[in-house]
Write a protein that binds this ligand. Structure first.
Ligand SMILES: Cc1cc2nc3c(=O)[nH]c(=O)nc-3n(C[C@H](O)[C@H](O)[C@H](O)COP(=O)(O)OP(=O)(O)OC[C@H]3O[C@@H](n4cnc5c(N)ncnc54)[C@H](O)[C@@H]3O)c2cc1C
Length: 547
C-alpha cells in the first residue's frame, strides 16, 4: 500500500528497506495481523548513480576499503541489488572470547543457540535452499564425500558449506508482497533525520523524514522504531541523534567503534596429490536446485587453543589478469570484464575489482590463450553466461576444473575489533569519516592458518600448498591485496551493558525503550562469514521479539 498521509501512529516504523528492513517488516506483519507498519526508504525507483549519503562519506584508507558508492545501494532492496547472494552461517567460535579479540567478543554462545530456531524462516526469505543445515555431514548424499582424495577431517574441516540465494534481489522479489499488504505502508524517497523524544523519558515518539526529491520535512509517529539502514547509515543516524542517549547521560563508548570487515585475498595454491576427478572444486546442488560449496575451515578447539581468527579458505581459479594461467576460458572472461560498459554489466564494481584487481595487462597473451583453446574458450563462457544471467536460480560463480589438480586458495578471515577502526562524524555534523586499517595480528593469523592447512594436507598425503610469495613478503602482500567495505559490521555492537556495547541482546538501543537496530553493525565479531544471512536470522528473531 502506498500512502502519503502520516496522521496515524504506526505500531512499527522500519527505517531502511534493504534485506533486513524488508524481512523485519514482512515477518512482523505476518505475526501481527492488523498492526500498522511503515517502511521508510531513502532511495526511489529511479535512483541516480550517486546520492547525497554516499557523497558525504570520507574513506581514509583507499587501499583496504572500497569507495562509498561501491559499498552499498539505495532503493527498495538496498544493497541486495548488487550482492552476490552468498549465504554463510556464523560458527560457534565466533561467540567464544579469544584473547586475540582483546575483549571484543561481547556476546556469547547462548545468543547463537537462541538464534537457531529462526534459521528455517530466514532461509525461506533468502531462498537459499530447503535444507537448514550448513554442514554436509548432515546432508545425506554428501555425508561420506570429501573435498579431495585422502582428505581427513580434524583440526581442518571440509564439510561446512556456503549456500547461495537466487541471488535474491529483495526489492524486486518482495515489492508486490509489500504493496499488496494492507497493513504495510511503503514510503520511498524519504530520509530518516531526527528522532523526537517524550520529555523526561526513554521513549521515542516520532521521527522526522526529509523528502529526498523536494527537501520538505514530514513527521511520523510510531510505537516502536527499527533502524535497518545498513551499518554506515545506522551509525551515522545514531551519531547525529545523541538525544537518544540522554537518559544514559553519556553516549555508549562503543558507538561507531570496532568497525570490521574481512581480510581477504590469495597467497597460495593447493596441489592435491590424488585423482583430479575426485576433487570437489565446484558447486554442489541440493535436491531443490540450490547451490552449495565446500570450504576449508578450522575447528573451534584449534582456533581457541591457538588464539587465531575464524577463517575460511576455498578453492578458486588462478588470477584472471595473469595470462600465465594459459586458460582460454579465463582469458576470454578477463577481457569481457575489463571491456568498458560490458564489464560493468557483468559484475558490480567491487566484485569486478576483486576479479581483475583493476589491472589491464597482457592483452596479446590473453588473445593467444583464447585462440589456443578455441572453440572451448568461447563455448564454455557462453554456457556460463546462460546459467549465470538468464536462469532464475543463477550459477553463483565460475570455478574451473584443473587437470593438474591445482587450485588457487581464497582466504576470507575474521578481523580483530579495534577502537581505531571506526566511523565518526566530521565537524559539519553530517559527513561520515570511515577509518579502517588491517593489523599485523589480522595478517599473522591468516599466514598461520595457511601453514596449518599445509601441514594438515601433507599429514594425510592429500596435498600441499605452493606459496605465491616468499615467506618474508607474505605479510606485505596481504596488506596490499585485502580490500573490504562491502561487509560492514561492529559499530553498534551487542553487549550486556552500555559500558560495552550499543544494543542489548534483543537489539534494543541502550538508553531507549522503543528503538531497535537491525543491521550487521550489531555483530560484535565478524566471523569468516559474509554477514547478511546471520543478520537476516536476527531480523526474524527481532520480529518475533516485537510480537
Ligand atoms: C558488491 C557486493 C556484494 C555483496 N555480496 C554479499 C554476499 O554475497 N553475501 C553477503 O552476506 N553479503 C554480501 N554483501 C553485503 C550485503 O549486501 C549487505 O550485508 C546487506 O545488503 C545489508 O543489508 P541491510 O538491509 O542491513 O542494508 P542495505 O542493503 O544497505 O540497505 C539499507 C537501506 O537503507 C536505506 N537507508 C540508508 N539510510 C537511510 C535513511 N537515513 N533513511 C531511510 N533509508 C535509509 C538505504 O537506501 C538502503 O536501501 C555484498 C555487498 C556488496 C556491495
Amino acid at each position: 500500500m502506498i500512502q502519503t498521509s502520516f496522521d496515524i501512529q504506526f505500531d512499527l516504523c522500519v527505517i531502511g528497506a534493504g534485506p533486513l528492513g524488508i524481512i523485519t517488516a514482512l515477518e512482523y506483519s505476518a505475526l501481527n495481523k492488523g498492526k500498522k507498519v511503515v517502511l521508510v526508504e531513502y532511495g526511489t525507483r529511479d535512483n541516480d548513480a550517486t546520492n547525497n549519503l554516499d557523497d558525504s562519506i570520507i574513506i581514509t584508507n583507499n587501499i583496504n576499503h572500497h569507495p562509498p558508492h561501491e559499498c552499498t545501494n539505495k532503493g527498495l532492496g538496498g544493497t541486495s541489488a548488487t550482492w552476490g547472494g552468498r549465504c554463510v552461517n556464523f560458527d560457534e567460535v565466533d561467540f567464544y572470547d579469544r584473547a586475540i579479540l582483546k575483549g571484543g567478543c561481547t556476546w556469547n554462545i547462548n545468543f547463537f543457540e537462541a538464534a537457531k530456531q529462526y534459521y528455517t524462516k530466514a532461509i525461506a526469505y533468502f531462498e537459499c535452499g530447503d535444507n537448514v543445515s550448513f554442514n554436509l555431514q548432515n546432508i545425506v548424499p554428501f555425508k561420506t564425500t570429501s573435498i579431495a582424495e585422502h582428505f581427513i577431517n580434524g583440526d581442518v574441516t571440509d564439510s561446512i558449506v556456503e549456500r547461495w540465494s537466487m541471488p535474491t534481489r529483495f526489492g524486486k522479489r518482495y515489492r508486490n508482497e509489500l504493496l499488496d499488504n494492507e497493513d504495510i505502508t511503503l514510503l520511498e524517497g524519504f530520509e530518516a533525520r531526527n528522532f523526537i523524544k517524550l520529555v523526561d523519558s526513554s521513549t521515542i515518539s516520532a521521527l522526522t523524514l526529509r523528502n529526498t526529491v523536494d527537501g520538505s520535512i514530514v513527521t511520523i509517529s510510531a510505537k516502536t522504531f527499527v533502524i535497518s539502514t545498513g551499518t554506515q547509515e545506522a551509525t551515522r543516524l545514531l551519531l547525529r541523534n545523541t538525544i537518544l542517549f540522554s537518559s544514559l547521560n553519556k553516549i555508549p563508548h562503543a558507538l561507531g567503534k570496532y568497525y570490521q570487515g574481512h581480510i581477504s585475498g590469495k597467497i597460495a595454491s593447493v596441489k592435491f596429490y590424488g585423482n583430479p576427478k575426485l576433487t570437489d572444486f565446484g558447486f554442489l546442488r541440493n535436491a531443490d536446485g540450490s547451490y552449495m560449496r565446500r570450504r576449508f575451515q578450522f575447528s573451534t578447539k584449534f582456533l581457541v587453543e591457538n588464539n587465531l581468527l575464524n577463517t575460511a579458505i576455498w578453492l578458486d581459479n588462478p588470477l584472471y589478469h595473469d595470462s600465465k594461467h594459459s586458460s582460454g576460458v579465463m582469458s576470454f572472461m578477463y577481457i569481457a570484464m575489463i571491456t568498458p560498459i560490458l564489464g560493468k554489466k557483468l559484475a558490480p564494481p567491487a566484485i569486478a575489482q576483486s576479479i581483475t584487481k583493476g589491472k589491464v595487462e597482457g592483452i596479446g597473451k590473453h588473445l593467444l590463450n583464447i585462440l589456443k583453446d578455441f572453440p572451448k574458450s568461447l563455448f564454455v563462457p557462453a554456457v556460463i553466461f546462460y546459467k549465470r544471467y538468464l536462469l532464475k536460480r543463477k550459477l553463483p560463480g565460475i570455478f574451473l576444473f584443473s587437470p593438474e589438480n591445482k587450485y588457487a586458495l581464497h582466504f576470507h578471515a575474521e578481523q580483530i575489533p579495534i577502537e581505531t577502526n571506526n566511523m565518526q562524524l566530521d565537524t559539519d555534523g553530517e559527513t561520515l569519516v570511515i577509518n579502517y586499517q588491517i593489523t599485523d595480528s589480522d595478517i599473522q593469523s591468516v599466514i598461520q592458518l595457511h601453514e596449518k592447512l599445509d601441514n594438515h594436507l601433507r599429514a594425510s598425503n592429500c596435498g600441499e600448498l605452493e606459496y605465491w610469495y616468499a615467506k618474508d613478503e607474505l605479510a606485505n602482500a596481504i596488506r596490499q591485496m585485502s580490500k573490504d567495505g562491502i561487509h560492514q559490521s561492529g559499530t553498534t555492537r551487542i553487549a550486556n551493558s552500555p559500558e560495552d556495547g550499543v544494543v542489548d541482546t534483543n537489539l534494543r538501543l541502550f538508553g531507549t525503550d522503543n528503538i531497535y537496530i537491525c543491521s550487521s553493525s550489531v555483530l560484535p565479531t565478524s566471523s569468516q562469514a559474509n554477514p547478511t544471512f546471520f543478520t537476516g536470522v536476527l531480523a526474524v528473531k527481532l520480529a518475533n521479539h516485537l510480537s
